[in-house]
Design a protein around this ligand. Sequence first.
Ligand SMILES: Nc1ncnc2c1ncn2[C@@H]1O[C@H](COP(=O)(O)OP(=O)(O)O)[C@@H](O)[C@H]1O
Ligand SMILES: N[C@@H](CCOP(=O)(O)O)C(=O)O
Length: 319
Amino acid sequence: MSVTVPQASTGPVDLVGRRVRVKVPATSANLGPGFDTLGLALARYDELEIEATDAAAHDIEVHGVGEGEVPLDETHLVVRAMAHTFSRVGVEMPSIRLVAHNTIPHGRGLGSSGAAIVAGVVAASGLLEGVVELSADDLLEIATELEGHPDNVAPALFGGLTIAWVTPEGPRHKKLIVHRGVSPLVLVPEHEMSTALARSLQPQSVPHEDAVFNVSRSALLIAALIQSPELLLQATEDKLHQNYRAQAMPETDRLIRVLRAAGHPAVVSGAGPSILVLASDPSARAEAVRLVEESAETAWQPLPLAVDFLGATVTPVAD
Ligand SMILES: Nc1ncnc2c1ncn2[C@@H]1O[C@H](COP(=O)(O)OP(=O)(O)O)[C@@H](O)[C@H]1O
Ligand SMILES: N[C@@H](CCOP(=O)(O)O)C(=O)O
């Protein structure tokens, strides 16, 4: 990453009074075979307003998802992401006042941690406007350093369907537009599952034939998502992660089998436990919801969500 920091402009005092509004979409990563690579931005958002202040400490207010649960100090994930961004560009972070209105469920495989990290990174870049310019690659690199894998933060930053990959120079992405014949449906259970726990269930190595299987399906999945949705059922097959994690989310695994047997392209959303169905139209979505209502032993919330095409936005707020 190469950024230019004009020395005369650095320091917290220069930023006091600057205020930005940030909006970040939910994401569904992996999409079946595209482990740690593919992700889709979904039209459900966390919205935040962040102001640089000269107070002695941060002042954090959370409404909606996470209210009363997430920390309200410098360990808050958005604040940690801001601090990391300021430190990466060599500028001292000011105290902030942060008000968050969250709707992305936590620990359900809808990229809440990726969205919080992206919120912090773009908020920092917004507050630093005119002081430090961060490129799209810089934002992706800083966010990936915290999230550990680029497949959630890429669609949260850029919107649409993203392919993300890691190079020696840092992570890179390609954004694609999803075919109109894809109507995403997310089914969200009441219980959570931490991404860290799901990742601990992954083996260090996989059989060569399973790797070949996933190479073929993830290549096919790009064609299916942008051009040929009728191929989505075959294109969403996976042998790299879902089976290894099934023991930790048995109902997710069972419902996905029920949905797929009925012809619905259903996959684990991110690290789970939510299910993503890449339905062909609203009536297929309704049919998938009905099947889950009939087969589930616990309550699952159906969320029909459009694809978000914009990704994270940051807007300066005038007094
Ligand atoms: N908006 C947020 N503000 C603060 N912390 C958050 C926020 N979103 C997520 N987190 C943190 O990330 C955790 C969930 O991360 P993770 O296990 O990766 O699940 P997910 O699949 O939702 O990304 C939450 O329990 C919380 O600690
Ligand atoms: N590729 C990651 C995706 C995690 O997504 P999340 O929404 O569950 O945080 C993985 O499968 O571990």
